[in-house]
Write a protein that binds this ligand. Structure first.
Ligand SMILES: O=C(COP(=O)(O)O)[C@H](O)[C@H](O)COP(=O)(O)O
Ligand SMILES: [Mg+2]
Length: 418
């Protein structure tokens, strides 16, 4: 018989093996508890320990205990190494039930935030990663090396199917690459899914024919999983190239199913992150956007929203740092295209590209449809602001020869909205 206690999960001299999943947490220990004691409880509860000392027959036990191995008292940061055998291959729900499960509500910590993960090959190999990733700019669209431009019709819900498709057509003709549904538009009576899909893709085909640039539609397939897979099939039947999924509200298991079905059809996945802030907005508790983006990449989305580096309407974590991770190597997975969205308009595009580079998608709703001369002019203004930024011409100078941009700058200046 052997006893398993909290102390067994702490070893400050331990050097994690390359096969282990290494997680960084920020923790606030409970009152009168040392950070070492709290760290060992985190490692214990998230692997194979519990609150009581256990007595187990060694011969019947696989050693799967995690080790709290680094503790930075000044930052309240701890590192925990998890043996690969703790995890079921290719199951994101099971991984999260370990590393972001009970520990999030454990009384041994006042608060706990999963900040970052280092994903070993042994775990990554169980996941597909993106099918296209940043390659969509050239494989599915004609964006070349410039940022992909996308727009979401506003109001976000309530437009009829015909109005929605018309707004999309105007935006495509004005120069955006992608029409996108909003996160809460799925299959409601005022704008049914299949009608919207058919009408929008018919409009896309007309525009492609006329302007000679490939365009596409990020149609929101979000729903119950079986329903969602049927919607994915419909997108393929109607000749679409992308689906959009609200990945946090659907859950990662559903995203994994959608990824598999999308591979059958060669469809790319645009990940909207509505509800992410419930996990990541507080800097001392929850799961960071960095980790959510990592999970999304493993599960295989091609685009994911990561914020605007503070230039939009929503609070952002470290957008440049997250984007660097999405663009960088992760055990050979394809890179993911980061999407900047939420309160963007032509007047902030130069600073956005300075902050995030060109390998991004720039998505604007109000910043296009709120243009005083309407959607077509708004789309032209956004494209002009990108062209000016890539040519290194100040926006106000470029606006002297580009009326749509001039009107947008008159309206919004370079302000960051709230
Ligand atoms: O509706 C919009 C953008 O509309 P608008 O351009 O009118 O603000 C997007 O759903 C969110 O901004 C997503 O934000 P994030 O990318 O931060 O998840
Ligand atoms: Mg939205």
């Amino acid at each position: 018989m052997t006893g398993i206690e909290y102390d067994d999960f702490l070893d400050r001299t331990y050097d994690p093996a390359a096969t282990e999943l290494v997680c960084t947490f920020r923790i606030e220990p409970a009152e009168e508890m040392t950070i070492e004691a709290a760290a060992s409880r985190v490692a214990s509860e998230s692997s194979n320990g519990t609150w009581a000392t256990l007595h187990v027959d060694e011969s019947e036990l696989t050693h799967l205990g995690a080790v709290a191995c680094e503790i930075d008292e000044s930052e309240n940061e701890i590192t925990v190494a998890y043996p690969a055998d703790l995890f079921e291959a290719g199951s994101m729900p099971q991984i999260l039930s370990c590393i972001a499960g009970n520990i999030m509500g454990m009384k041994a910590v006042e608060s706990i935030r999963l900040e970052d993960c280092e994903w070993p090959e042994s775990i990554v190999s169980g996941f597909p990663g993106p099918q296209f990733g940043t390659g969509v700019a050239r494989e599915k669209l004609d964006a070349g090396d410039r940022p992909i431009l996308a727009t979401v019709p506003k109001p976000k819900v309530g437009l009829s199917t015909a109005a929605h498709a018309r707004v999309g057509e105007e935006a495509w003709r004005g120069g955006v690459d992608l029409l996108k549904d909003d996160e809460n538009l799925t299959d409601q009576d005022f704008n049914p899914f299949e009608d919207r899909l058919a009408e929008s893709l018919a409009a896309r085909d007309r525009v492609e024919e006329d302007v000679g640039e490939r365009k596409d539609y990020l149609v929101n397939v979000t729903g119950e999983t079986t329903e969602m897979l049927e919607r994915v099939d419909l997108v393929a039947e109607h000749g679409g190239g992308f689906v959009m999924v609200d990945v946090i509200t659907c859950g990662w298991a559903a995203v994994q199913s959608v990824r598999e079905r999308c591979a059958d059809h060669g469809l790319a996945i645009h990940a909207h992150r509505a509800m992410h802030a419930a996990f990541d907005r507080l800097d001392h508790h929850g799961v960071s956007m960095r980790v959510l983006a990592q999970i999304a990449r493993l599960c295989g989305v091609d685009h994911i929203h990561t914020g605007t580096a503070g230039l939009g309407k929503l609070a952002n974590e470290d957008t440049p740092g997250i984007n660097d991770w999405l663009h960088g190597d992760c055990q050979g997975l394809k890179p993911v295209l980061p999407v900047a969205s939420g309160g963007l308009h032509p007047g902030v595009v130069d600073r956005l590209i300075d902050a995030l580079g060109t390998d991004i998608c720039i998505q604007a709703g109000g910043g296009i449809h709120g243009h005083p001369d309407g959607t077509h002019a708004g789309a032209k203004a956004l494209r002009q602001s990108v062209d000016a930024s890539l040519d290194g011409v100040p926006l106000d100078e470029y606006a002297q020869e580009h009326a749509e941009l001039a009107t947008a700058l008159d309206k919004w200046g370079a302000e960051t909205p709230r």
